[in-house]
Design a protein around this ligand. Sequence first.
Ligand code: SAM
Length: 246
Amino acid sequence: MFPEGTGPAADPAGSHFERRIRSFQPRRSRVTTGQADVLRRLWPSWGLDIDGQRVLDLDAMFGGLPVVLEIGFGMGEATARMAADDPDTGILAADVHTPGQGNLLRLAERNGLSNIRVANGDAIILLREMLPPGSLAGIRVYFPDPWPKKRHHKRRLIQPEFLDLVAPRLKPGAVLHCATDWEPYAEQMLDVLTAHPAYENTSPGTGYAPRPDFRPLTRFEGQGLEKGHAVRDLLFRRVADGAAAA
Ligand SMILES: C[S@@+](CC[C@H](N)C(=O)[O-])C[C@H]1O[C@@H](n2cnc3c(N)ncnc32)[C@H](O)[C@@H]1O
């Protein structure tokens, strides 16, 4: 759809990492003319393909701001709001969804936000191949695909291998913030996060945390609430190396 360098690539990691389990749904992406236009104009400056072929210099990309990775921003409305509310934090926003990438760039341009970069592709490759140790001030995973069928549970993002991958990329004290409206997934998140020695619960008494004021209602959350689902927030802090066993 976009000639090389003028927009997000269709499959940026290509065949380099063929046998990975994907946590996202393959969906046909209908990109509007407006989204395509904004992608063409802004992608070269504000977008990056997750090709797994280079290590990112987040200081250079964000002018030294602390950087939070958001995995799966969907259409990006909540991301744009959080970036506007907190201009002193950079948001590296990753998703595979092209219309959402266009929408988020449109919102960033319209609201004059300079603290967002849009990453196109699989966040697992981004974490594994492109982010140096201790580079992130936080990670946000809001309403990840719940994969409700048992045979699909292996595609859920929040599981021990993911937590192993994330831990060294987080600065000590940085928070991994998850939210879901799918109760069995919330229970899985709480179980695996509680069991992992690299993280400690910021709400040890209750397990789940109250929704923090800085997290706006997201599009998927709204749909879940309409169905009567309860929403769970989990905020777990990265403990310092060596503190895990203490
Ligand atoms: C259920 S939607 C939630 C979107 C948004 N956070 C919200 O609450 O409205 C999950 C999103 O995560 C994205 N996603 C899932 N796995 C991903 C991965 N490994 N890398 C990048 N994006 C991913 C999907 O493409 C989808 O847009």
